[in-house]
Design a protein around this ligand. Structure first.
Ligand code: AMP
Ligand code: ZN
Length: 455
């Protein structure tokens, strides 16, 4: 077996991935299903897929658990309201119907990106008992206490290693600092956090508990699920860099206090995605979904290629131009490979080396590009290298391209442009040309009308 080394946020070192009883156990923080996941979220989900595919290629067995957060993740924008409840008011549907809708869309996005499904997708709302058991244990061990408001809090000072993961040491955390939404409640110390929140006047998404009706905190969810479904130990824990603190710092304190040892071997964090230079967010108005990529006529797997061209630990900027260029590359590679789709897969030692040292995917893509250009290799051999590498790249390189069809929306826009040209409305005609070109078409006007082709 080839070893895989990954950067561990806690030790700040590149360490070898370990297995437990012949299995690499991975936990990947999943989506909060109150909205569509954007392509930034997808970058993090693709990171766990990349780790898994690399481990499989290197000969390991892997098991992945990814949680679905459908309760307990409080919003910063709605006065600390549960994200699911806030969205249920906006959409005028039941909170669990909101969760179901976005969970289905999340799985559809994963399929479009060729992400191998996790072995288990536990839901927070179906794991309340697990969380309550863990909280009971934490209280019994003196790591948690019931506040005068009937909420249960973790006592941060009871865990000596608090702060080692994120570098936020307890004595430097200031009261009132917004590291946790304002849930001061009855906690004894500003750095403590709620494991169980008393219902107060909330009536939906609440459960009975030994401490009265209420709902779980967000951090306890990941401790409860990882400990239960991965049998008390996690070899690789994956999430976006924003989760390092407080989410993962708190998860580590909770889990380690119960297991009595270091529960997670490696904490792997993916850097954030920017879009056209700015952090992707609703307020910045630059949220891009997988669906938007498909609607512009691009293969969603072009996004996979763009992400592979960047190292997971670097912040990266996405633009429509990079997606378009990757889409072209993908088509060229498929044209080459699909002619020899039954070629014998050929292992490339350099690719394995590049992956082995903290997933140097930009180098892998560089090697792949040099294979394409190599005059000493036959096309069949090139296809063989591609087929082997595609186990990790996940780009569907053996897929024979079928001519792309126009979407109904693009057809409508072309018809509309025909119509406005007949009426000599050149301004509108130019505007529509812009929209069509943005969507990936090339438009040419001739005396007999407009002609189009894919870019
Ligand atoms: P959420 O649904 O907001 O809880 O996020 C799901 C996952 O996406 C978490 O691992 C986040 O750290 C990650 N994430 C959020 N925004 C970005 C971004 N812009 N780029 C990369 N990952 C992100
Ligand atoms: Zn988590």
């Amino acid at each position: 077996m080839m070893p895989l080394h990954l950067y561990d946020t806690k030790s700040r070192e590149v360490l070898e991935v370990k297995e437990t009883n012949g299995l690499v156990k991975m936990y990947c923080c999943g989506p909060t299903v109150y909205r569509d996941a954007h392509v930034g979220n997808m970058r993090t989900f693709l990171l766990s897929d990349l780790i898994r595919r690399t481990l499989l290629m290197f000969g390991y067995r892997v098991s992945i658990v990814q949680n679905i957060t459908d309760v307990g993740h409080m919003s910063e924008d709605y006065e600390g309201e549960d994200k699911l409840l806030a969205q249920s008011k906006t959409e005028h549907i039941d909170p669990l119907a909101v969760a179901k809708k976005y969970e289905e869309r999340f799985h559809s996005d994963l399929r479009q990106l060729n992400i191998i499904p996790a072995d288990k997708y536990p839901k927070a709302s179906e794991s309340i008992g697990l969380m309550q058991d863990l909280i009971t244990q934490l209280i019994a061990r003196g790591n948690a206490y019931v506040g005068s408001d009937n909420s249960v809090y973790f006592d941060a000072s009871s865990f000596p290693g608090y702060g080692q993961l994120s570098g936020n040491r307890l004595d430097s955390l200031k009261p009132g600092h917004r590291y946790e939404y304002h849930d001061d409640g009855a906690k004894k110390f500003h750095a403590d956090w709620a494991l169980w929140k008393a219902a107060g006047d909330r009536t939906e998404l609440i459960w009975d508990s030994p401490w009265g009706p209420g709902f779980p905190g967000w951090h306890i969810e990941c401790s409860a699920m990882s400990l239960h479904f991965l049998d008390g130990h996690v070899n690789v824990h994956v999430g976006g860099i924003d989760l390092r603190f407080p989410h993962h710092e708190d998860e580590r304190a909770q889990s380690d206090s119960v297991t009595g040892n270091e529960t997670v071997d490696l904490w792997v964090h993916g850097e954030h995605l920017l879009f056209q230079g700015r952090k992707m967010s609703k307020s910045a108005g630059n949220v891009v979904l997988i669906q938007d990529i498909a609607e512009r006529g691009f293969d969603p797997l072009a996004l996979r290629l763009v992400y592979l061209e960047n190292r997971y630990r670097s912040q990266m900027d996405l633009t429509w131009e990079t997606i378009s260029a990757a889409n072209e590359t993908l088509l060229k590679w498929r044209t080459l490979v699909s002619k020899f789709s039954s070629a014998t897969p050929l292992q490339n030692e350099e690719i394995w080396q590049a992956l082995s040292v903290d997933l140097d995917t930009p180098k892998v893509i560089q090697i792949v590009r040099s294979i394409v250009k190599d005059p000493n290799l036959s096309d069949e051999m090139k296809a063989g290298y591609f087929l082997h590498a595609d186990q990790v790249l996940g780009l569907d390189l053996a897929r024979a391209e079928v001519p792309r069809e126009l979407t109904a929306e693009l057809k409508r826009l072309l018809d509309e442009r025909d119509f406005v040209r007949e009426n000599k409305n050149w301004k509108e005609s130019d505007r529509l040309r812009g929209v069509l070109e943005e969507a990936g078409l090339i438009i040419q006007d001739s005396p007999t009308g407009q002609e189009w082709q894919w870019r």
